[in-house]
Design a protein around this ligand. Structure first.
Ligand SMILES: [Co+2]
Length: 443
């Protein structure tokens, strides 16, 4: 989920205009550092050395060989509905991509004290890896199954039903959505809309063949939110746009680490993004970073922490620190490179620092109770209130927004007719290594 820069900060940013004529670098970013995807099916393991041993054994003592027990293999269904607790019974969820720190932080990988600190965090890591595996399985299913002609409502429900099944919490009983489930609503933002669009009830929008859709959804387990996004397009004319943004996000992920300065990371992201261009219908466009959208820290149950990661060069000297969790997200566009709020709001979240206001409108009071019990400070959307059976809540909801208790996140759009793309990963700045928790073999 994108963090929007306050409009005041915009004037401090200086985006150098892309020349738009540089050749596209052949930068294929390594994505499969340390992926561990081998623990999902114990039956497969038995085919390897065990099967070989059984074969040699069979030659020697044919009679003693027991008939192979036919275990019903536990594997994910299509659509995904098998809880990950069944696929990983010992809670050994796959690790993300672990990357060693560099330079003066290189010692951390083997340092005893840092390893001890890391071990103290095992619940945190288990929850994060659980959520990340759910994200990967759901998104890889979504990438295969989302097709032009589907409604955005269908697409959002498909993703959300899968996420809730995989983490084993439907979120319909009071408090259940706070244990595990959606970390924030499924963003399905199309073309010049860069972020924060998800269908409200009655939305009839249909995905089109030439659309560019950002799919940005969050999974949380015990408040540990995995925030990761990708872009889907069906027309190959957008390939360079998607490639540019994927490479820019990977550059941000690569630059991230203990003591890395946020403004410099922005500069590195910008340089990669602006080295690309894209030709659409005979016109060549430079690819610009959307300068008022940022990556951000993630706190328990809170999607936007206190630090933000610019995607253009700034003089922000703030450093990344041990224990931080960052969402590294970048947005590229053929438009202006700036987004503004436009259209009907769908995304909301209770503020961490919500004031204790005496609410006079009774519907606002009762809605706040629903929000507290089901979402806390996790972002939610109108559809989530609908599925809890809430009705006629808009007046109350708007009152909560006006009272400063709930923040609304309107859709963020660039110039009409432009195309925008996004890729995003969540990274854990662990004491010993950086873990790109949401890394998959897709992106
Ligand atoms: Co985000």
């Amino acid at each position: 989920m994108a963090a929007q820069a306050p409009s005041g900060e915009l004037s401090n940013l200086s985006v150098t205009e892309s020349e738009g004529s540089k050749p596209k670098p052949n930068s294929s970013v390594a994505t499969n550092g340390n992926l561990n995807r081998d623990s999902d099916d114990s039956d497969e393991d038995a085919e390897g050395p065990a099967a070989a041993a059984a074969a040699t054994g069979a030659a020697k003592k044919k009679k003693k060989r027991k008939p192979k027990k036919k275990k019903s293999p536990v594997q994910q269904s299509d659509p995904p509905r098998v809880p990950l607790s069944q696929l990983f019974p010992n809670k050994q969820y796959p690790k993300g991509e672990e990357v060693e720190y560099v330079n003066e932080n290189r010692y951390r990988t083997t340092d005893e004290e840092k390893r001890h600190l890391d071990n103290l965090n095992s619940d945190f890591l288990t929850d994060y890896r659980h959520g990340a595996e759910a994200h990967r399985q759901v998104r890889q299913w979504a990438q295969k199954n989302i097709k032009p002609g589907q409604t955005l409502t269908e697409i959002a429900n498909g993703i959300e039903d899968a996420v809730r099944a995989l983490v084993g919490h439907q979120g319909l009983e009071e408090g259940d959505a706070l244990i595990a489930g959606m970390g924030f609503p499924t963003g399905l933002s199309i073309n010049h809309c860069a972020a924060h669009y998800t269908p409200n009830a009655g939305d009839k929008m249909v995905l089109q063949q030439d659309d560019v859709m950002k799919v940005d959804f969050g999974v949380h387990v015990n408040g540990r939110i995995v925030d990761s996004a990708f872009t889907l397009a069906f027309n190959p004319r957008y390939d360079n746009l998607l490639e540019a943004v994927k490479a820019a996000t990977n550059e941000g992920v690569k630059q991230a680490g203990i003591d890395a300065r946020l403004g410099e990371i922005g500069g590195a992201i910008q340089e990669v993004m602006e080295s690309y261009e894209v030709e659409i219908d005979g016109t060549t466009y430079p690819i610009k970073p959307i300068k008022n959208l940022n990556g951000h820290t993630i706190l328990p149950y809170s999607i936007h922490g206190t630090k933000s990661v610019p995607i253009v060069k700034t003089n922000d000297q703030t450093k990344m620190e041990e224990g931080d969790v960052f969402a590294i997200e970048t947005f590229g566009t053929t438009g202006k490179g700036v987004v503004h709020e436009e259209g009907q709001v769908s995304h909301y979240a209770k503020r961490r620092d919500a004031p204790n206001v005496d609410l006079r409108i009774s519907s606002a009071k009762s809605l706040l109770k629903v929000i507290d019990k089901n979402f806390g400070t996790l972002p939610f959307c109108r559809r989530y209130l609908d599925r809890l059976g809430q009705e006629k809540y808009l007046l109350g909801l708007n009152n909560l927004v006006q009272s400063g208790i709930v923040e609304d996140y309107p859709p963020l759009v660039d110039r009409k007719g432009s195309y925008t793309a996004q890729f995003e990963h969540t990274i854990l700045i662990r004491p010993t290594v950086k873990e790109v928790i949401s890394r998959g073999d897709d992106y």
